[in-house]
Design a protein around this ligand. Structure first.
Ligand code: HEM
Length: 403
């Protein structure tokens, strides 16, 4: 038998309010304690806060499965909060089959088709933000840009009707809260669970989806026999669960990063071609999806530490993205950094299937801003929307100084 190392233990609750408000000191404590750390507040929970081990766990879908849930609870031992996702919470071979279809629908080639529309909407929305900022002295960049932009472009591309899209934000908030413990945040977002879930499931049906949109293309794949017909609405649900709140916060956090770093915004303004790398670096620096979990399928090891079957592995993406073992000067937001290799969008077979769309949205919003706005200034204190998985802003008051 191979000898295993003694796994350090920490009495830290990643879901304590103070840690959700400011996770960075907690990240450092867990990273410094070791490559694998037992968090004793929850049963059988091992945390990987360093880049190397978080990356290794996500890359090993054989030992570390998603089918028992990618949140804190273990679906082998307790029932899931909603019927399991047929991609995010699935393992091969089911995952492989469904993933192939969604990957094709959201492929770089397919996403090229929507680029012009996404750019035009970004430009129009930035123009409205500039006008509002001039008229009122400032804008709330979350309400005026980070939320409405993804809520317009992505559901349009999926083929959803315009009415009722606020349900997508409520659903996203609930799904990402459900990956944590059954705490007050989950209870609060689950208050409206029945009507919101109802709306979502209704809008996953083909008769609610514009022919030719991303949603309808899933049904076409079912027509062609590539996926089971019964899986089509559930795969549309994956687009609706994962495709909006994530980009809202990705864009919100990028605006926050740029507002906090006027010299970086000045570089972006001077060269709007840096928009893509400014967004990428924001994903690394202020990671929208802070954590995802895996479940050990068998007794195994990580970095010499014993892992037992059914242990939950907490992959701390945000912590990995600021691990000084991987990044030089990790706390610095630097829009020309080579940020590739961050794991804000995961990695391995479950790496974000919507990443081309997400990057397109981030890039065109930041490029439109860079072209039209000479400076952005913080116009008041920001507030946070706490969520068990997402790093989210509730408000972000900014002043936009146009060219
Ligand atoms: C900035 C925006 C986004 C971020 C930060 C993000 C983050 C992530 C992460 C970290 C994962 C991996 C989960 C895991 O390993 O368990 C993931 C998977 C996924 N994402 Fe995204 N995402 C974003 C945007 C989107 C968009 C626009 C879509 C559109 C449909 C999407 C759909 C999905 C789906 C369906 C999966 C599951 C893939 C699989 O299990 O094979 N995401 N995302």
């Amino acid at each position: 038998m191979t000898e295993t190392l003694v796994t350090p233990e920490l009495d830290i609750d990643p879901y304590a309010e103070a840690n959700l408000i400011d996770p960075y000191p907690m990240h450092q404590r867990i990273r410094d304690a070791g490559p694998v750390v037992r968090l004793t507040r929850y049963p059988r929970l091992l945390a990987c806060a360093r880049h190397a081990e978080a990356h290794a766990v996500l890359s090993n879908h054989v030992d570390f499965i998603s089918g028992a849930g990618v949140g804190l609870s273990n679906f082998n031992l307790e029932p899931p909060f909603r019927p399991k996702s047929l991609i995010l919470e699935a393992d091969p071979p089911l995952h492989t089959q469904n993933r192939a279809v969604l990957s094709r629908i959201l492929s770089p080639k397919a996403v090229l088709q929507i680029r012009a529309t996404f750019t035009a909407v970004a430009e129009a929305m930035v123009e409205r933000c500039v006008a509002e900022s001039l008229a009122q002295g400032s804008i709330d960049a979350i309400a005026a840009l980070a939320q409405p932009y993804p809520l317009k472009v992505f559901p349009d591309a999926v083929g959803l009707e315009p009415e009722g899209r606020e349900n997508l934000l409520l659903y996203g908030d609930m799904v990402f809260n459900s990956m944590g413990p059954r705490n007050a945040l989950l209870a609060k977002s689950a208050e409206r669970m029945a009507p919101v879930t109802d709306w979502i499931m209704r809008h996953c049906q083909r008769d609610h989806l514009r022919p030719g949109g991303f949603g309808d293309q899933i049904y076409q794949a079912a027509d062609a026999g590539e996926i089971e017909a019964a899986h089509a609405p559930m795969l549309v649900r994956s687009f609706l669960s994962a495709g909006v709140d994530t980009t809202v916060n990705g864009i919100g956090n990028a605006l926050f990063a740029l507002a906090q770093h006027p010299q970086e915004y000045a570089r972006l303004h001077a060269d709007p071609g840096l928009a893509r790398s400014a967004f990428e670096e924001a994903l690394r620096w202020e990671t929208a999806t802070q954590t995802f979990f895996r479940t050990a399928a068998r007794d195994c090891q990580i970095a010499g530490h014993a892992v037992a079957e059914n242990d939950k592995l907490l992959c701390m993406l945000a912590s990995a993205n600021r691990d000084p073992r991987r990044w030089t000067d990790p706390d610095r937001y630097d829009i020309t950094r080579r940020a590739s290799g961050h794991i804000a969008m995961g990695t391995g077979i479950h790496g974000c299937v919507g990443q081309v769309v997400a990057r397109l949205e981030g890039e065109v919003v930041l490029a439109a801003l860079a072209r039209r706005v000479a400076r952005i200034e913080v116009a008041g204190p920001h507030t946070r929307r706490l969520n068990n998985t997402l790093r989210a802003l509730q408000t972000l008051p900014l002043r936009l100084i146009p060219v």
